[in-house]
Design a protein around this ligand. Structure first.
Ligand SMILES: Cc1cc2nc3c(=O)[nH]c(=O)nc-3n(C[C@H](O)[C@H](O)[C@H](O)COP(=O)(O)O)c2cc1C
Length: 228
């Protein structure tokens, strides 16, 4: 192979690699940020927890949180409980979804950045290397809570139904995920509250969501504030 041909081939390959990286970045859920690394979550512990009736007795909303971060195992268990895969053969989830569309994505806002929960790999994918917690709600406490979950519907996964039905089903499907989080938190002694008081257009812009993606609800999770 002559030297000129070799150089041209290398140049073309480099150009191709740059283009495909750009295309991937534009098409990813919110433009994956290379500064923030993926977090491979620990395998979820699926054999513990309090008895169901006790959990139901303890389920509640709390709006006073401590600053303590969630340990890696608790974060893993929380996300699996929220909407993880509980049947490997079918890829179905801990929460039901209409027509098994699985249109709700769980984004995770923490101090170090914003991630997308990928249930298949049980991994947190980087989205933004930025602390967006303050933008996840209009209430004062949200900016300091260790974890704010943001439930986002992707209407492109919902088949040929009307816009009204998409709104209905995605809200219903989010409710199941939020309740799973409530139950896990009650079992684990964590504080949580599901929230609709959100400036959704502003948050969608910060998250760089596509037009077909809708913020449905957010949910704060942390340890309860210690009583003085
Ligand atoms: C769809 C929905 C939206 C909610 N939005 C908010 C909210 O924006 N902020 C908040 O502090 N609580 C919010 N809540 C929590 C309710 O206020 C709470 O569930 C209610 O007061 C009953 O309290 P409990 O959850 O302890 O039973 C919301 C609950 C639901 C189901």
């Amino acid at each position: 192979m002559n030297k000129k041909f070799y150089l041209l081939t290398m140049l073309a390959l480099t150009g191709l690699m740059i283009c495909s990286t750009l295309i991937l970045a534009v098409n990813s859920p919110a433009g994956t940020n290379p500064e923030l690394k993926s977090i491979q979550l620990l395998p979820p512990q699926t054999d513990g927890g309090k008895p169901l009736m006790q959990v139901l007795k303890d389920r509640k909303s709390s709006r006073e949180f401590g600053a303590e971060k969630l340990p890696p195992q608790i974060l893993s268990n929380l996300l699996w409980a929220a909407n993880g895969i509980n049947r490997q053969d079918s890829g179905k989830r801990t929460a039901p979804s209409a027509v098994n569309w699985q249109e709700i994505d769980v984004y995770v806002a923490m101090a170090e950045g914003l991630y997308l929960y990928d249930a298949k790999g049980h991994v947190l994918k980087p989205v933004l290397a930025q602390d967006v917690r303050a933008a996840t709600g209009r209430q004062e406490f949200v900016k300091d809570v260790p974890v704010n979950l943001i439930y986002v519907a992707d209407f492109t996964r919902m088949g040929d139904v009307s816009a009204e039905e998409k709104v209905f089903y995605s809200a219903a499907d989010t409710g199941f995920i939020a309740e799973n989080v409530y139950l896990y938190c009650a079992s684990e002694g964590l504080a949580t509250v599901v929230r609709n008081l959100i400036d959704k257009p502003a948050l969608s812009k910060i998250m760089k969501l596509r037009a077909e993606q809708r913020v449905i609800l957010a949910q704060s999770v942390g340890y309860p504030k210690k009583q003085q």
